[in-house]
Design a protein around this ligand. Structure first.
Ligand SMILES: Cc1cc2nc3c(=O)[nH]c(=O)nc-3n(C[C@H](O)[C@H](O)[C@H](O)COP(=O)(O)O)c2cc1C
Ligand code: SF4
Ligand code: SF4
Ligand code: SF4
Ligand code: FES
Length: 598
């Protein structure tokens, strides 16, 4: 066995690849070779570490020095200064956006140290293309344990005891689902992994597949054993080519090592896996649509019951779980349900991974125990709102969820608390919005998404959501009418009650939750023809502050519609009848004299 005096972990998740990490890695390998260090220092390509917006990122062990925004031209300095002379390169270390403090070690970064990583335990730690590294972190030990020491019923009992609930959005108890599938009698059953991940901004499942694909393979084999299935499918969207590639490699390796295929661990249990690549329609994440898509049919939902556990793929009992749900299975089996239940709240056990994005200092992947408050995630872990702006709302659950306003920043995040305030956990998208966001426009954005993604099979969703969108579009254009809010509420209620699948049933949620917490903004748009946040273009009025204006005339020269002219006092004024609210004048005024407002 070879020994290395240092390991350099370099993230090769999709985010860092798009910011050029593979060139950084090649340069690193070249520089180490040039210096004769390639036998002493091991370079490890890992999956996403979670800090994607400051990539490419790398960690040098044993010290644990964390470097961010590393470019190929920085590598020579890292090798010559840090690796050869033991002097870490300060300028490439992470700087806390709020305090400007430079942080040297990876375990001192609030964003990472505030997390509890169960589902993401191997992401950013191991090379996903090397099964040996997964095995070295107890990989496939849980499969070995269930096949050699546990009966299928005992496996299901352990999962039930753990309190694990589905991480794909609905939060259905996983052990119960496994029990239903196990009880369905059939010589052929299937296990399916839902890796469709269609929520805008969400990338938790992609990161797990890219960074730790064996954990999903192992969990699906355990599920197969528990319910009596010998074949599994992972349904993953085509927009995730790296996840497809790494999962494909991992499946091959698992077969080679005897963790998939016939007679696994000499137990007589057979299980194998195939990948099915979906075209990326949001509705194909809905379980019945997904199964239609795997069967080669149009990805349209069908009514339930029968549930997949009774009648799923090709009419056979099918167990379908989300990627993150599966990622929790091996550690639960290895460490026991009691270990798992130490994390989380009474009815929501374990952790949840969030993809945090929007107006926030540190974006990326955050895994925290259920019950952590939104305030802790936003301020303690993600460093708060940039530029000293005020928090306005956070959207959880993507297009099916809702907005959480400041007054609820301290509620513990779990399935039930979020539901109580009209939002939902969803699959883990968390979009933070500052005071500059118009909540009517946010609702319009999410509804536009669901209208685009509706499969059109049932009328309430196909027609109803479009009518709601038309109303919202009118309101944001300043053409809202008295009675629009009530009409939106009536439509929302009817769509939720009558749509066939979860897409339609939850599509009105962003509208209802913004109406619940930001009704005054709707009223301002409709009655006063004002967009208080200054976002809706048709309601914007650009104004020149006469006290600040120095009369330089720059704005008048660049206005594309000649809406700015010089007044008698030498100050410039805007004719709002002509102004098309392009904002060019405000951007160019050297004296910051032009503002947008009501
Ligand atoms: C429109 C729609 C889209 C969905 N998209 C996903 C998805 O991308 N990933 C996912 O795991 N579940 C998604 N779901 C939920 C699935 O239907 C299903 O409940 C889930 O995959 C079950 O796994 P779990 O019990 O492990 O959460 C979606 C549901 C709806 C209605
Ligand atoms: S609710 Fe929407 S997405 Fe679901 S079946 Fe009906 S039309 Fe299709
Ligand atoms: S650019 Fe600014 S300072 Fe110059 S005329 Fe316009 S408003 Fe006044
Ligand atoms: S916002 Fe655009 S159109 Fe309006 S006054 Fe300024 S430059 Fe002219
Ligand atoms: S992809 Fe590199 S940190 Fe996320």
């Amino acid at each position: 066995m070879e020994f290395y005096r240092a390991h350099i972990l370099i993230c090769a998740g999709a985010g860092c690849i798009s910011s050029n990490c593979l060139s950084v890695k090649s340069e690193l390998e070249k520089q180490l070779k040039d210096q004769g260090l390639d036998k002493e220092i091991m370079v490890v390509k890992t999956g996403c570490i979670g800090t994607c917006d400051i990539g490419p990122v790398m960690i040098v062990y044993p010290e644990g020095v964390f470097y961010c925004n590393v470019q190929p031209e920085d590598v020579k300095e890292i090798v010559e200064e840090h690796i050869l002379k033991g002097r870490p390169v300060k300028r490439l270390m992470y700087t806390v956006p709020t305090t400007k403090k430079v942080v040297e070690k990876v375990d001192e970064i609030d964003f990472l140290k505030g997390q509890t990583r169960i589902a993401l335990r191997n992401c950013g730690v191991i090379n996903p293309d090397r099964i040996e590294e997964y095995i070295a972190r107890n990989g496939y030990a849980a499969l070995g344990k269930v096949l050699t020491q546990m009966k299928p019923k005992e496996v299901i009992e352990e999962i039930k005891k753990s309190g694990l609930r589905g991480r794909g959005g609905g939060g259905f108890p996983t052990g119960l689902k496994w029990e239903f599938a196990a009880k369905s009698q059939s010589p052929q059953k299937y296990v399916v992994c839902n890796a469709d991940e269609g929520d805008p901004g969400a990338f938790m499942d992609r990161s797990i597949l890219e960074g730790d694909p064996h954990s999903i393979i192992e969990a699906m084999a355990i599920a197969g054993y528990a319910i009596g299935a010998s074949q599994g499918y992972v349904y993953v969207r085509a927009e995730y080519p790296l996840a497809v590639e790494r999962l494909g490699n991992a499946i091959e390796k698992a077969r080679e090592f005897g963790f998939l295929g016939k007679n696994i661990f000499g137990s007589g249990f057979d299980f194998d896996l195939e990948i099915r690549v979906g075209a990326g329609a949001f509705v194909c994440g809905e379980e019945t649509a997904l199964m239609h898509s795997i069967e080669g049919r149009r990805g349209e939902p069908r009514p339930r019951p029968p549930f997949p556990a009774q009648k799923g793929l090709w009419g056979k009992p099918t167990l379908l779980n989300n990627v993150e749900t599966y990622a929790n299975i091996p550690p639960i089996i290895l460490n026991g349900a009691d270990w798992f239940t130490q994390y989380g709240t009474e009815n929501s056990k374990g952790t949840k991974v969030f993809a945090v994005a929007g107006d926030i200092n540190n974006t990326g992947l955050v895994e925290v125990p259920m019950g952590t408050t939104l305030r802790e995630i936003i301020y303690d872990i993600c460093g708060g709102i940039p530029e000293g702006k005020k928090f306005k709302a956070a959207q959880t659950g993507g297009p099916s969820g809702g907005c959480i306003p400041e007054e609820h920043l301290d509620i513990p995040i779990d399935y039930d608390s979020l539901k109580e305030i009209g939002s939902m956990m969803g699959s883990g998208g968390l979009i933070v919005m500052n005071e500059d966001n118009c909540m009517v426009d946010v609702a319009r954005f999410f509804l536009e998404f669901t209208v685009d993604e509706s499969c059109g099979k049932c009328t309430p969703c196909r027609v109803g959501t479009r009518r709601m969108l038309e109303i919202l579009e009118r309101i944001t254009k300043g053409e809202g009418k008295e009675g629009d809010i009530e009409l939106l509420e009536r439509l929302a209620k009817n769509i939720k009650a009558t749509a066939l699948c979860g897409l339609g049933q939850t599509a009105p949620n962003p509208v209802l939750s913004t109406l619940r917490f930001f009704r005054d903004e709707y009223e301002a748009h409709i009655k006063d023809k004002i967009c208080p946040a200054g976002i809706c273009k048709n309601l914007l009025k650009f104004k020149i502050n006469a006290e600040k204006c120095k009369g330089c005339g720059i704005c008048a020269k660049i206005c594309p519609v000649n809406a700015i002219s010089k007044g008698e006092d030498g100050k410039y004024i805007i004719d709002n009848e002509k102004c098309i609210a392009c904002g060019a004048c405000a951007k160019k005024c050297p004296f910051d004299a032009i503002g947008k407002g009501a």
